[in-house]
Design a protein around this ligand. Sequence first.
Ligand code: ISE
Length: 338
Amino acid sequence: MTVRVGIVGVGIMGADHARTIVSHVPGASLRAIYDADAKRAKEVAAETGAETIAASPEALINDTSIDAVLIASPDQTHGALTLACIAARKPVLCEKPLAPTTTECLQVIAAEAKSGKQLVQIGYMRRFDPAYVEMKATWKSGALGKPLMFHCIHRNVSAPSWFDSKMAIANSAVHEFDIARWVLDADLTSTHVFRPAASSPDAIVTPVFLVLRSATGQLVNIEIFNNATYGYDVRGELVCEKGTVSLRSPVHTETSVALAQAIPYPADWRPRFAGAYRLQNQAWIKAIAAGTTGGGANAWDGYAAGAVAEAGLKSLEEGRTVEITLAERPGLYRPTGT
Ligand code: ISE
């Protein structure tokens, strides 16, 4: 069976997904794309060979020749489009975050639980990244003892001026929230957000530094620095009773010249997580063809990361530690971390 995919939103991430689907995902075809920018849609269709350009997101979602939908439109559209996919009973891979508010996330959970079938996967692709997979397997093997602390660093080269500290939490740190829950097998129960003083009055650098606790007692600290300038750099070190396990980024070469040795940094997340995106999309399509769900983060996980983000935004505003209490999990969803 070929799974015919439609992609809503072909900006940076949607176009990347389109390329991944056509080049690296056996059993999938790119049936249609939609983008609010018609010129962009045409360019991506020409590049990827997408069969048609849909007139609207709704037309794409309800098109009977489309089996599965990938949502990569702006964050604030995710919730409503995911609900439309559930109403059409179509499997959907929605880019993170599931929705900007937990109220909206819970609407998706309620609709999916009512449909009785898991249709939603969230694009928290790090769960497929070999380095994080190995990190989790290493502590689970018991060789390092129990985890105590998880240090997470997330640096981007630059971000637009509207990408403020709130966006750092709602759009960037959500990756860390999800992967910390997944690696530790535990929900996050409180957060406190700190910010360094601005280096100058007009500085656009807006790093945030979060300290969180997990339900099983570990401390997690997260640095998000979206204007780090030197490269895209994601680091993680899990400190356990008898040792630590750290992520290594996939690099292929190092250069020695002019009395220095250099290892390159990617300009953004796409090269760093290319393997994870491929594995995620392959698993999604394979599961759809088999009539099952694709593993990865489900709608509940999307809600849980959203709840941490909401608490983080509150902490940013109020300057205090904010507790995180999750709603009751419907039976449709597997326990945290599995
Ligand atoms: C972006 O939306 C992503 O998802 C990237 O993975 C992340 O590194 C970046 O900070 C986000 O803004």
